[in-house]
Design a protein around this ligand. Sequence first.
Ligand code: TXD
Length: 319
Amino acid sequence: MGRKKIALIGAGNIGGTLALLAAQKELGDVVLFDVVEGVPQGKALDLSQVGPIAGFDAKITGSNDYADIAGADVIIVTAGVARKPGMSRDDLLGINLKVMKAVGEGIKANAPDAFVICITNPLDAMVWALREFSGLPHNKVVGMAGVLDSARFSHFIADEFDVSVKDVNTFVLGGHGDTMVPVVRYSTINGIPVPDLVKMGLSSQDKIDAIVKRTRGGGGEIVALLGTGSAFYAPAASGIAMAEAYLGDQKRILPCAAYVDGQYGLDGLYVGVPVMIGAGGVEKIVEIELDDADKAGLQVSVDAVKELLDACKALDPSL
Ligand code: TXD
């Protein structure tokens, strides 16, 4: 059995970081694809030269030709334009929808058996459009947002309680945007729910509320600080965790943008829900019990996603 093949569509900040992580973890050989000539080839060469130092054997190549993604086991899509300061994720819609069309067609023609992870924003709409354009089964196309959003939430919680992040497990539902729903009740430190820790006097409700708010704006905070571009280290690490779950048939339960088909009373869209990822792709959507506030929060999020899907359909009548 040969090595696995990981195709990365988009060789920008996240794409380059994904390539480095995939190679260091020896997930397989890596193809970096981009429309810009020279950039994927240059990054591939630079990254290949990490090999002798870090001691990995992964072959990393750059390409501007979709034929080179043929037979990919995993495809991670970051192609498109990133947010600039003052620009909302939704502003990106028009530009990135056209990109998803090109990428979807490239995947359909060259790697229809791949597990596809979409990262491009606005995430919940772009993963839906990419699935439509590629024609792949819904369980093989998934969006990355919840892993990142909950990593942000976990980081802030670990900081607040001054504990190891290893013991923190947090949960974020809904769309990837300001309407995401960080679910405090399901967030724990080594199994102890955060609300219980607040009752024990280890933090205050105000502080937890502030953390929830900061998590919601987690992407924007970094965009504002960077001045140009958006977060890329943690987004790349999140995409790799999802790829590993698939390649290793790990059956991990991760919050991902998945296609709902009746679950949570929702239908016909992608939204952030807990899913099981294994060799079958999205093997299961886990339906957790939500209280009224979470349900209402999820509904706001779903409405925002639906609005984006309507905007996509208006922009591209083939959808
Ligand atoms: O949680 C999440 N899902 C996200 C999403 C977290 C952070 C950033 N998120 C989004 O990922 C962000 O808003 C962007 O839409 C993507 C990629 O972010 P990145 O920081 O990697 O953007 P770059 O550095 O601008 O890279 C984008 C690359 C760039 O090299 C372009 O030349 C290329 O995409 N590009 C294309 N590649 C292939 N095909 C087409 N059509 C294309 N158009 C642009």
